[in-house]
Every structure is written in structure tokens, then in C-alpha cells.
Design a protein around this ligand. Structure first.
Ligand code: SF4
Length: 358
């Protein structure tokens, strides 16, 4: 069963840390949706198997009207899908909107909260405040959503451990089913990176970042969450089905500008450019770039993605290559012959993966 990702590259405002492909030209939504519907119809059979999970990501999918979301889901034909997720900006949440998107088939929300501290939300340029974030979750629950994920960020400039601990407690009080949590990355060319380069802000040090991450893992484990991927935590059986495809190498199709598809061993992607995408789809001349992964690249991919998860990779695949890291406590061998990263290993996972790649 395949997954389908739909990219909605519109944001009402750009956040100061973000380098994702998105635009604030909301007036172009209609022509974009028309192109998107065309692409979905052309490509939805490509996986050769029914679509089981759908993910509307961005950008900000909640900048769309419900009627457009309905059109997209109808074009996908996802009546057999078990998981239909949509990313939601807390600033767009109203009871009416949440009830409407639920009625057209969204059954899981990923809410981009990032922090429950107003000063930190302002610092990173989010357009919602803490009260809106809490209300968005409560409104979603009142609208009947029982599968809610929230995003939380740590290692933000000026963020203290006390603030981080308070954020995690607030998240737990909200009784959500899933948390994705990422340490801030200073991407080249973003406003936040410039502020740090110019000395206006100071990045938190690595020791603090690791301490925040360790606290997150420990506290969520204590609260009954399964740490199933480096940055993802879920109550039992509430793991993100769609995102799990990215980590276990099963096929997915991505539609929309800048989206990626993976039909092993071929990876392909649409242009990250609104005009190129809309004009290409409209005229039937869209140029998608692609690459066919070699045996070595497929191995590397398995190691890179597998070690990020609590399933790890099979010991057979690594054939003794991991022994050195097992002895130093960075990886461990499970009873069912899988190799997984230890908490200590996760801190330097990229270095371990690099070492194991062909
Ligand atoms: S809302 Fe999301 S995609 Fe849009 S600018 Fe902010 S972080 Fe980036």
C-alpha cells in the first residue's frame, strides 16, 4: 500500500528559521490547486497499489479553504486510506474550520505549535501565540479529532531548560497522541541565522541542546510515549503511518511543487518553483528530475533511515561493520538481531551513519 504526499507551498508569513519551499503569494492558490488536481489525476495510479496514507504538508495547508481540501481528497480517491493527515497552523484554527476539514475526510492533524512561550514564538517569527496553540488543540479535540500530533522545537536562542520543561508539561496536559520534536537548525540564509551571525542572538550550546533532548526522551517515555524515531514520539499504536514510510523505504508519491516521490529504486522530484510547476503541469510539459539509486546507495539509505528508528537495521545487513560502535555503547544488538542506536549514540548519529555507509 502506498502513501501520497501533497505539498501546499503557501504561508501567510515566513518564519524566521525556515528554509522550506513556500511563498506568501496567497493569491496564487487557485491556479496552484488547479495544477495540483491535474497532477493528482495523472499520477495517483503510479504506485501501482492503493493509497493507504495521505499527508497534506507545507507550507501551510490550513491556508486553504475547506472546499479546496475536499477537491484534493476527492481527486486522490482516498476512501480506503487509513490515515489522512493535514498540517495545521494554530493561527488558522476555528471550530467551524476544524469541523469542516474533519467532515471532508481529514482524520489526523499535525499542529505546528513549536513552543508555548510567547517570547520564543515571537523570536522565531511564528504568527500564533501560546494561547492560540492551546486553544487549537482543544478545538480540534472538540471537533472530534482523536489523532493529534504537535511539533515542538528546542535549542531556540534564549530558551531555558525551565521553559522547555514547562512546554513538555503543557503538551502532556493536552492529551495529544503524538509529538514531533526538533532541535533548531540554523539554515543558511534565514533571518534567524543572520541574527546569530551578527551577534544579536546567541545559539544555545551543544551541551544544553543534548540535555534538552535527553529530558524530552526521558519525560515522554515516563508519560507512556514510544520513542519510535529520533524526533518522533507516539502513544502505543499512534505512530505516524505516513511518515513511517519515509523511514522504512516503502513507496510514496509526492505531488505539488517541490515534492519528492520514491518508487524504489527511483527517486524523483518536482521543481521547487511555483511558475515552473504550474506552467509545466498546465502545458503537459512538466520536467521532473529523477535518479535511480545504485545498490550501494540503497544500502546507505537503509542504514541512514533505519538507524533513526527504534526498529534499527538488521545485523545481517551490517555484517559486523557495527561491532566497534556496539563495543563503545553507541549502538546495541537486540534479541531479534537488529542493531539500534543507544541514547548516547543518537547524539552523534550522523557520524555513526557516515562511518557505516559504503
Ligand atoms: S509556517 Fe512552516 S513552512 Fe511556512 S514559513 Fe513557517 S515554518 Fe516555514
Amino acid at each position: 500500500m502506498a502513501g501520497l504526499y501533497v505539498h501546499i507551498p503557501f504561508c501567510k508569513k515566513r518564519c524566521r528559521y525556515c528554509d522550506f519551499f513556500s511563498t506568501t503569494l496567497l493569491e496564487r492558490r487557485k491556479e496552484y490547486i488547479a495544477a495540483l488536481l491535474k497532477e493528482i489525476k495523472l499520477r495517483r495510479e503510479e504506485a501501482g497499489e492503493p493509497i493507504q496514507t495521505v499527508y497534506l504538508g507545507g507550507g501551510t495547508p490550513s491556508t486553504l479553504e475547506t472546499a479546496d481540501i475536499q477537491r484534493i481528497l476527492e481527486a486522490v480517491g482516498c476512501k480506503d486510506a487509513t490515515e489522512v493527515t493535514m498540517e495545521l497552523n494554530p493561527g488558522d484554527a476555528t471550530p467551524a474550520y476544524l469541523q469542516a476539514i474533519k467532515a471532508v475526510g481529514i482524520n489526523r492533524l499535525s499542529i505546528g505549535i513549536q513552543s508555548f512561550q510567547d517570547e520564543l514564538l515571537q523570536l522565531i517569527g511564528r504568527r500564533h501565540d501560546a494561547e492560540q496553540a492551546i486553544k487549537a488543540v482543544q478545538m480540534a479535540q472538540e471537533a472530534g479529532f482523536d489523532n493529534i500530533s504537535i511539533d515542538l522545537m528546542y535549542a531556540l536562542p534564549t530558551q531555558t531548560m525551565a521553559q522547555w520543561k514547562a512546554d513538555i508539561e503543557t503538551a502532556l496536559q493536552l492529551k495529544i497522541q503524538h509529538i514531533s520534536s526538533y532541535g533548531l537548525i540554523y539554515e543558511e540564509g534565514t533571518a534567524l541565522t543572520r541574527s546569530v551571525e551578527q551577534g544579536e542572538l546567541k545559539a544555545v550550546d551543544e551541551e544544553m541542546e543534548n540535555a534538552m533532548y535527553d529530558y524530552l526522551c526521558e519525560r515522554l517515555k515516563q508519560a507512556g510515549f514510544v520513542h519510535y524515531e529520533v524526533s518522533n514520539f507516539a502513544l502505543p499504536s499512534r505512530e505516524a503511518q505516513h511518515n513511517s514510510r519515509y523511514w522504512d523505504g516503502t513507496p510514496y508519491i509526492g505531488v505539488g511543487a517541490g515534492s519528492h516521490s520514491y518508487l524504489p529504486p527511483v527517486r524523483s522530484w518536482n521543481p521547487s518553483d511555483l511558475d515552473a510547476y504550474i506552467n509545466g503541469i498546465t502545458s503537459g510539459t512538466l520536467q521532473r528530475e529523477s535518479e535511480t539509486l545504485t545498490e550501494e546507495e540503497l544500502f546507505d539509505e537503509q542504514v541512514m533511515l533505519g538507524l533513526r528508528t527504534n526498529r534499527g537495521v538488521s545485523a545481517e545487513l551490517l555484517q559486523g561493520r557495527a561491532q566497534r560502535h556496539i563495543e563503545s555503547g553507541l549502538l546495541r544488538l537486540t534479541k531479534d538481531s537488529r542493531i539500534v542506536a543507544t541514547q548516547q549514540g543518537i547524539h552523534i548519529l550522523n557520524r555513526i551513519i557516515e562511518d557505516l555507509m559504503l
